[in-house]
Ligand binder design. Structure first.
Ligand SMILES: Nc1ncnc2c1ncn2[C@@H]1O[C@H](COP(=O)(O)OP(=O)(O)OP(=O)(O)O)[C@@H](O)[C@H]1O
Ligand SMILES: [Mg+2]
Length: 352
């Protein structure tokens, strides 16, 4: 523990130095004078992510453009520098040594993920998961990315479908991106500082000005929710609080009662993996990397009837951010509770 705190401090000092130096060297340039925008890849309140072509030649560059009026200088520098530090890992989205500020935006360059993000692979209208093989490919690579971050005392804090970038539609190469919320382990974070259905109970419990000491166990929880979504196309619950009936069923299972009736046909191995990653006590929760131990086991029960589909009581994936109204909207279970088999091999068509 002490060792990890010390390492945390070293990493923090290093990050501060890198941010200071990067900030001093940041050039001023106007986007349209240096780049032709080819395509918008994403947008939000923060700004836009665009594919561009440098006007002076060279390969296309993805630029994350953050509106100055909505982004603090330090927040931009932190995100860029963390992305640079993590770029050496194969499963972390690579930042390029290109960053500038314009009159209206801060910008930094990234490699292009040509197949989009995981959200597009699990369209909310289908409410079906991915084939087990694809889920496991994602699981394995993302576990490595998280382990790398956690070994450097960094907590991602925003593990979700939208933030996993794809290099092919078979998920052979996927990367964790968007380090905008990433902070050092041990930092204090407040209530509502993530995406609700991915938030662990210790975060959902926070009230008003309460804070929580940031720990990698927060990412392990969100990672398990992401795996559940990939397997089923649904969130297990809208919010990890006792007021949510699905979460209440799940908590009862954690306390020794039966598997939640609304959970579709996961194998016993997958159930054990999810139970360990979703341990209510963050101090006893398994680390994300433990997923590797379960990759050789089946994750869904042997095929007999129907598909691995959510029950009607699960929370559908209703938007990219994962904000879910909770409760209704899912499909009825086809084939009943027992022996629910492998999900269909291909449910990849985007539908919005
Ligand atoms: N390098 C990339 N290659 C391809 N698509 C990308 C890339 N970076 C981002 N995108 C797309 O843009 C979206 C938004 O990017 P990012 O997650 O970095 O921004 P954000 O800060 O999360 O925005 P939001 O406020 O929507 O959460 C991603 O979900 C993805 O679809
Ligand atoms: Mg994002």
């Amino acid at each position: 523990m002490e060792e990890s705190d010390e390492e945390g401090e070293d990493n923090e000092e290093f990050l501060e130095r890198l941010m200071a130096q990067t900030g001093r060297e940041m050039p001023q340039r106007e986007l349209e004078e240096h780049y032709a925008v080819l395509e918008e890849l994403g947008s939000g309140t923060y700004g836009r992510v665009v594919l561009t072509e440098p006007l002076d030649g060279g390969p296309p560059v993805v630029l994350k453009l953050m509106l100055k009026e909505r982004t603090e200088w330090r927040a931009f520098l932190r995100e860029y520098c963390i992305a640079l530090c993590l770029s050496s890992h194969a499963a972390c989205l690579r930042a390029l040594p290109v960053a500038f500020e314009s009159t209206t935006h801060f910008a930094f360059g990234q490699e292009l993920a040509p197949a989009g993000d995981l959200c597009e692979m699990v369209p909310p209208c289908l409410q079906e998961g991915l084939a087990e093989e694809l889920v496991k490919r994602c699981a394995s690579q993302l576990a490595e990315a998280l382990d790398f971050m956690h070994s450097r005392a960094l907590v991602h804090r925003d593990v979700k479908l939208d933030n996993v970038l794809l290099f092919d539609r078979e998920c052979r190469r996927v990367k964790l991106g968007d380090f905008g919320l990433t902070r050092m382990q041990g930092s204090a974070v407040g209530a509502m500082s993530g995406t609700l259905p991915y938030s662990p109970p210790e975060l959902c419990l926070l009230q008003g000005s309460d804070t929580l000491e940031l720990d990698s166990s927060l990412d392990a929880w969100a990672f398990a929710i992401l795996l559940f979504c990939l397997c089923t196309g649904c969130f297990p619950w809208a919010m990890a609080a006792s007021s949510d009936p699905q979460f209440k069923d799940f908590s009862a299972w954690q306390a020794g009662r039966g598997v939640p009736a609304s959970w579709p046909g996961f194998s016993s191995g997958a159930l054990e993996m999810l139970r360990r990653l979703l341990t209510l006590d963050p101090d006893r929760r398994s680390p994300a990397i433990e997923v590797q131990k379960y990759l050789s086991l089946p994750w869904v029960m042997a095929p007999s009837a129907g598909e691995l589909v959510p029950s009607s009581s699960q929370s559908p994936l209703t938007s990219r951010t994962g904000e879910s109204p909770g409760g209704t909207g899912g499909r009825d279970v086809a084939g009943g509770g027992d022996g629910v088999p492998v999900p269909p091999a291909n449910t990849l068509a985007p539908c919005w």
